[in-house]
Write a protein that binds this ligand. Structure first.
Ligand code: ASP
Length: 320
């Protein structure tokens, strides 16, 4: 699959698809974040509905399980007055390019305007973007261990909301870096926004072999990674992508990497704690921290709706 074909994403200086944050420029990121804030009441953070996708059809194609992402895409589309058609195809054996190609041809013939796709294969959204008819926009809702750009953008939105500025920030991302599309998209976005430092931490078996080439400081000790940071992003252990032997045991993982109140004290006093969900409580993060004063995990969910509305509106209607 052509995982890094940046030419597919932009068409005549317009954002045609959202497939990756790897090459999304600073102005595009800022445009999306600014547009998202227009969909949120500044005081209550309630979502402001607008009929900008009226008479448009959004296909939600989820080949992997999802609750938050699928639901918030559906809510976002409905808040823009789009018609949403959900396909839950987790159980299906469709993974071959040919079959997908037929499906894409059919969806194009049904005159869908937006295809939101999650798939276990890296690059599948790119493949689809290259085969849909020119009027269709594709949004990557997570492909394998590759990218999850809307999660990356909602994470950036959340960080900007609480920290205002990216330049001086120190951010730690902790856990299953190897399998994390969330980490990859967020690191791409944070790098484009020019944060001061990005630290990653996890067991050796869950660290990508090419981590030395990433724009991060990699640690196996959690305490080194979170020392004095402003933002901590905890990741889910991706058991569905895990080969045996990558970690010794869940117990040893918890002992070394679970974010507890005691460990949180190593970070800046005003640190925010994030997690893309779903959370494995008491494995990645204790309930005291997940539900504590510094957790912004549920804010991520609300902001995610506004960010997804902004992306869909910009793809379909352009930037005004
Ligand atoms: N919900 C995120 C994703 O789809 C994070 C996770 O599942 O761990 O990648």
């Amino acid at each position: 699959m052509p995982v890094n074909d940046f030419t597919t994403q932009l068409k005549n200086d317009n954002l045609q698809h959202l497939l990756t944050l790897q090459n999304l420029s600073l102005p595009w990121i800022e445009r999306i974040l600014d547009h998202a804030s227009g969909f949120l009441d500044p005081i209550t953070h309630r979502i402001l509905k607008r009929p900008t996708l009226q008479n448009k059809i959004v296909f939600n194609l989820f080949f992997e399980p999802s609750t938050r992402t699928r639901t918030t895409f559906e809510i976002a589309a409905k808040h823009l007055w789009a018609d949403v058609i959900n396909f839950n195809i987790e159980a299906s054996s469709q993974s071959k390019g040919e079959t997908i190609r037929d499906m894409v041809a059919n969806l194009s013939a049904m005159h869908g305007d937006l295809i939101v796709i999650r798939h276990r294969e890296n690059g599948m959204p790119h493949f689809i973007a290259q085969h849909v008819s020119p009027s269709v926009h594709v949004i990557n809702a997570g492909d394998g261990a590759h990218q999850h750009p809307t999660q990356g953008l909602l994470d950036l939105y959340t960080i900007r909301h609480f920290k205002k500025e990216f330049r001086g920030l120190r951010v730690a991302i902790v856990g299953d870096i190897l399998h994390s599309r969330v980490a990859r998209s967020l690191i791409d976005g944070l790098t484009t926004l020019g944060v001061k430092e990005i630290h990653v931490a996890g067991p050796k078996g869950l660290m990508p072999s090419d981590i030395g080439g990433w724009p991060v400081n990699a640690h196996t000790e959690l305490s080194e990674a979170i020392d004095g940071v402003d933002v901590i992003v905890m990741l889910r252990i991706q058991q569905e992508r895990m080969e045996t032997g990558l970690i010794d045991s869940m117990e040893s993982y918890r002992d070394s990497y679970c974010l507890t109140e005691a460990r949180l004290k190593l970070a800046n006093p005003d640190v925010i704690v994030m997690h893309p969900g779903p959370i494995n409580r008491e494995v990645e993060i204790t309930s005291a921290v997940a539900d504590g004063a510094q957790s912004v995990i549920l804010k991520q969910v609300t902001f995610g709706i506004a960010v997804r509305m902004a992306i869909m509106d910009i793809l379909v209607n352009g930037v005004k």
